[in-house]
Design a protein around this ligand. Structure first.
Ligand SMILES: *Cc1c(COP(=O)(O)O)cnc(C)c1O
Length: 412
């Protein structure tokens, strides 16, 4: 077993946790980030949701139905897998939280199940959603089919061309896929059009946002639905190693929903270090990147105050990552707060590092990860954990959807 030779001291957190809260306050803020910056036309919809979501989620009947669907439909609890060969290579104990084994192939189904149950209780008959690579669109179309609700998914015209298998899946599930033809014809344009659709159909439609972004209460609601990830990690570690807390949790961040879910129950556990991994794309200085905290500034994006990549005069910068799920110019407000307070450490990983990590995981453990998740694994060479440390990595999704990309890197 190859061990790190350099002496390692686990640095203490730069934050005094006792005086901080990392959950949302009554106004929808995490520190200075969050809130609900929505056009007046959207106010009634967002307000209806804000007034009701906590009440609905707290109902025992809601929780029973949510838990049952997570178990019988999504396939939870997902396993916590001790990756023995990867652990040996990096000289520490590495566990993988297997969200890749969820129905539809990623953690996104946790959130769409939760939101479809909220929508039903609000009496909504129709669902609208946006999608980039199509993963959230597929997860949304899936729960709409399950519940018999009409589903419209907005997707950038360019993404429709790039992600044909997911477009076909959504259609097979009965959803209507609408091309967003404005701007760069990608995710942020699809988001704008989905919001416009919601404004025009305020009474009978619920908008299912796919990450911890958007106006309050979405970031908090999505975090609550994804928090099942860290709840299970704690139970599983208690059974496996006799303590609920790992030393590290590592997760990739696009908008930040798998990371928020994996961090949630550890936010106020100061002995757990939280590592958020963003996409550096072709490099931080290349002009082709999605590393929001490294390159961004505070501003307002899609209804909340957060950190986003922008030009000096406040125009949103076009993001880039080889991985469509991380190709977003902002992060959820919870992550902006975790970054600002230092509670989570943010690092950026390039396309090439992520692809190399995907091949390494495939060949050492027999698991082909989603390109998004591969960014979290690519941080392992830089982690320098101790042999006795326990490292949990959020394996947010499986790599089937990325095969066309990976194939280009296989030497013939
Ligand atoms: C969508 C997606 C992501 C990025 O979204 P987050 O909200 O940041 O989790 C990460 N991994 C996979 C597999 C995805 O499908």
């Amino acid at each position: 077993m190859k061990l790190e030779t350099q002496p390692f001291v686990k640095p203490s957190l730069p934050v005094d946790l006792s005086s901080r809260r990392f959950d949302v306050n009554e106004q929808g803020y995490y520190g200075q980030f969050g809130g609900a910056y929505v056009p007046e036309m959207l106010y009634p919809n967002v307000e209806e949701l804000r007034e009701n979501y906590l009440k609905i989620i707290a109902e025992p009947a809601f929780q029973a139905e949510f838990d049952q669907l997570l178990r019988d439909f999504a396939g939870r609890p997902t396993p916590l897998f001790l990756a023995a060969r990867l652990s040996e290579k990096y000289g520490t104990q590495i566990y993988l939280k297997r969200e890749d084994l969820c129905h539809t192939g990623a953690h996104k189904i946790n959130n769409t199940i939760g939101q479809i149950l909220v929508a039903k209780r609000l009496g909504k008959a129709r669902i609208v959603a946006e999608t980039g690579a199509g993963q959230h669109g597929v997860a949304t179309a899936t729960v709409c089919a399950l519940m018999g609700l009409e589903c419209t998914v907005y997707m950038g015209k360019l993404d429709i061309e790039r992600q044909k298998p997911n477009v076909d899946r959504m259609k097979m599930l009965g959803a209507t896929v609408v091309a967003a033809t404005c701007g760069s014809q990608t995710l942020k344009d699809a988001t704008n059009e989905a919001m416009r659709h919601w404004i025009n159909h305020p009474v009978d439609t619920h908008y299912i946002i796919g990450s911890v972004v958007g106006p309050h209460p979405y970031p908090d609601m999505v975090t609550r639905f994804q928090s099942v990830i860290s709840k299970e990690i704690r139970q599983q570690l208690r059974e496996r190693i006799g303590r609920p807390n790992p030393d590290y949790v590592i997760a990739c961040v696009g908008g930040g929903s798998n990371a928020a879910g994996a961090f949630c129950h550890f936010l106020h556990q100061p002995d757990v270090r939280l590592l958020a991994i963003e996409a550096a794309g072709k490099g931080l200085d290349s002009g082709h990147s999605a590393a929001t905290t490294a390159l961004g500034k505070p501003g307002i994006l899609h209804g909340s105050r957060t950190i986003l990549m922008q030009t000096d005069d406040g125009q949103v910068t076009e993001p880039y990552s080889l991985s469509a799920g991380l190709d977003y110019p902002g992060i959820g407000p919870i992550h902006a707060h975790l970054f600002e307070t230092g509670r989570a450490e943010f690092h950026a990983i390039s396309d090439d590092e992520a692809v190399a990590a995907a091949f390494e995981l495939s060949r050492l453990e027999g698991i082909i990860p989603a390109l998004e998740s591969a960014h979290a694994f690519a941080y392992l060479p830089k982690l320098h954990a101790r042999p006795e440390d326990v490292v949990v990595i959020s394996l947010s999704g499986r790599g089937d959807k990325d095969l066309a990309t990976y194939t280009k890197y296989i030497p013939d």
